[in-house]
Write a protein that binds this ligand. Structure first.
Ligand code: DC
Length: 224
């Protein structure tokens, strides 16, 4: 029997934008039959909802209020916000950029805290984001810092967008990625960082399969 001192295990996968951590995290969760949390989607939802409501990206209180009022449902690989399917809408680059801008505010981050921790359920959770290991699940059994070179990430993001029928320009993507990295790494609250004890996984030259296998191997080793 599990007790409060023995909560469901968490695998935390943090890393910069377009590093492939979402794909890897989802596949690892699938392999282990664990739940999956895409925490970035929550920040994107705040970005989307606040834009629709006409709330400025400088209005911390307004953004915090929106974040605490959102009704979010993750179902069958779709994301519903207040009953509306926004799966595709929140993937737009301008929403990602807006998410990164409002993610600097403590009121926004605090409003999403409980929501994120609710995903921790048996038999376990794979959570990806920026502060999964450093703040949300500090007791994660496995912490991975998953990254790739800026060039590799820009190319992946480009292919992703084109495949989805969204137009994109490589030089714009590269610049946006670098700006987003700087913002996520340098902010005062819960910045992107590789915490002590986190395994470094550079996927610049790895396939998704290889990255998934590496994470599963690290996880399997915990039990020996
Ligand atoms: O992972 P992503 O690109 O979907 O995330 C969008 C933005 O949300 C990212 O640039 C910063 C923010 N974010 C965050 O601050 N903390 C997280 N745990 C996840 C995302």
């Amino acid at each position: 029997m599990r007790t409060a001192s023995n909560p469901p295990p968490v695998i935390a996968i943090d890393g910069p934008t377009a590093s492939g951590k979402g794909t890897v995290a989802m596949r690892v969760a699938d392999q282990l039959s664990f739940h999956y949390l895409d925490s970035g989607a929550l920040y994107r939802l705040v970005a989307f909802a606040s834009e629709e409501a006409g709330i400025s990206v400088d209005d911390e209180s307004g953004l915090g209020a929106i974040a605490s009022r959102m009704q979010v449902i993750f179902k069958d690989n779709k994301i519903f916000l207040n009953g509306k399917d926004v799966t595709k809408l929140i993937r737009e680059e301008k929403i990602g950029t807006r998410a990164s801008r409002l993610a600097i505010y403590p009121k926004v981050r605090d409003a999403l805290l409980t929501l994120q921790r609710e995903f921790r359920q048996n038999p376990g959770l794979v959570a990806d984001g920026r502060d999964m290991a450093s703040r949300i699940f500090t007791d994660a059994v496995l912490k991975v810092y998953l990254t790739a070179s800026v060039q590799a990430r820009a190319e992946r993001r480009y292919k992703q967008l084109i495949a989805k029928g969204i137009s994109a320009r490589m030089n714009v993507l590269l610049q946006d990625l670098q700006e987003r990295d700087a913002r996520d790494i340098n902010r005062g609250t819960a910045p992107l960082q590789r915490v002590e004890g986190a395994y470094l996984l550079d996927t610049s030259d790895l396939s998704v399969d290889q990255a998934v296998t590496q994470v599963l191997n690290w996880y399997a080793k915990l039990h020996h």
